[in-house]
Design a protein around this ligand. Structure first.
Ligand code: PMP
Length: 380
């Protein structure tokens, strides 16, 4: 198998340290290794989302399970939830709620933009939403929502604020305590750079208090109160955690904390700027409006003369995997993830392979322009 650089919007490339941790022998899920490992992972996770108190959960599953758990454990029967959507995943959140008979209303923005804070404020006036959920970065549209501004508006109210950080947590700042976020849900395979397989949640003290007051849930595996004793003491059993994945996740949190959170957020923004500058120099434009561009992925319009399937298959042959557009953007854009532990040399490789692919297509561009533009930003 030829090695490829995985630049889809997750899973992202897996650092050798994380691969190594996955290769260690499987241990008992209730044994001393996990009793030591899981609390470490949970503590580091809370540091990454700036949550001093509150409870963290790491559970076998994926981002969609984390979405389901977040809703089910905070929206009580009869309560109304408002879901902000700037693309695909907000709509999924509302769909999940409806499957469980929860009263979920969608507030959508046109693709390429996010819901304006003023719109949220207007929507909340005179209403009694008890939960508000927002996607931090929508992976279909590449839009980064103004989460901090939403949180500021919600601070004055009682509503629990859920943030879907699947495409952001660990790569873009999310300060739970300071900003007033009650739930961050995420998954392993994006900014943490761990293979897929974990549903990850952090709940504020306020969200946990609410959960404890709720009637029994119409769920078993998704009930966080069934998981809480295991998070406190992994020697107890509820359902077998994926121990190798937990160890890999701990390793990813160590990499993140060694880099330093501020440095990591700055690096994500810098890699994004370098890649986008290189893409622009080669003649590409972006689907997402400028003020909403995300540090973790780009949604890139095809110029005329570049056909989706041919381009992506050539790019693949040249060593880089990117994703096609979703729903209304299918065939019109490609999506490139730039999250996790991406290095400048990987950025250069991606741009060089892009040029190689464009050359085969016969697309007109200035040779070496991508790398030159990226170098101006990366400076090495
Ligand atoms: N939310 C967002 C923002 C996502 O990008 C994704 C996955 N692309 C999900 C939720 C769902 O995660 P998963 O595919 O791991 O279930």
């Amino acid at each position: 198998m030829k090695e490829k650089l995985l630049l889809i919007p997750g899973p992202s490339p897996v650092h050798p340290r994380i691969i190594h941790s996955l290769a260690l022998p499987t241990v008992s899920h209730v044994g001393p290794e996990m009793v030591e490992e899981l609390p470490k992972a949970l503590e580091n996770l809370r540091k990454i989302v700036f949550c001093e108190r509150g409870e963290a959960f790491i559970i076998a599953g994926a981002g969609t399970l984390a979405m389901e758990m977040a809703l089910l454990n905070t929206v009580a029967p009869g309560e109304k939830a408002l879901i902000l959507s700037q693309g695909y995943f907000g709509s999924r959140m509302a769909e999940i709620g409806r499957v469980f008979g929860l009263d979920c209303e969608l507030l959508e923005s046109p693709w390429g933009t996010a819901v304006a804070p003023e719109e949220l404020e207007k929507k909340l006036a005179g209403s009694d939403f008890r939960v508000v959920a927002a996607t931090h970065v929508d992976t279909a549209t590449g839009t980064c929502a103004p989460i901090r501004d939403y949180a500021e508006i919600l601070k004055k109210r009682e509503a629990v604020f859920i943030v879907d950080g699947v495409c952001a947590t660990g790569g873009i700042e999310e300060r739970m305590d300071d900003w007033g976020i009650d739930v961050v849900l995420t998954a392993a395979q994006k900014c943490f750079g761990v293979p897929p397989g974990l549903a990850i949640l952090v709940l504020s003290e306020r969200a946990m208090e609410k959960r404890k007051k709720m009637p029994p849930l119409p769920a078993y595996y998704s009930d966080l109160l069934r998981w809480l004793p295991i998070m406190k003491d992994p020697a107890k059993y509820f359902s077998t955690p994926c121990v190798n994945e937990v160890r890999a996740f701990t390793e990813s949190t160590l990499i993140i904390l060694e880099e330093g959170l501020e440095n990591r957020f700055v690096r994500h923004a810098k890699m994004a700027r370098a890649l986008r500058s290189g893409l622009e120099a080669l003649g590409f434009t972006f689907f997402t409006q400028k003020e909403f561009l995300a540090a973790t992925l780009s949604v890139i319009n095809y110029p005329s003369g570049v056909e989706d399937k041919r381009f992506r298959s050539l790019y693949y042959e040249n060593g880089v995997v990117v994703a096609g557009g979703l729903a209304q953007t299918a065939g019109k854009v490609f999506r490139m993830g730039h999250m996790g532990n991406l290095s400048p040399s990987q950025v250069y490789f991606a741009l060089d392979a892009l040029e190689q692919s464009l050359k085969t297509i016969g697309f007109d561009f200035s040779q070496g322009a991508g790398r030159r533009a990226a170098r101006e930003i990366l400076g090495d």
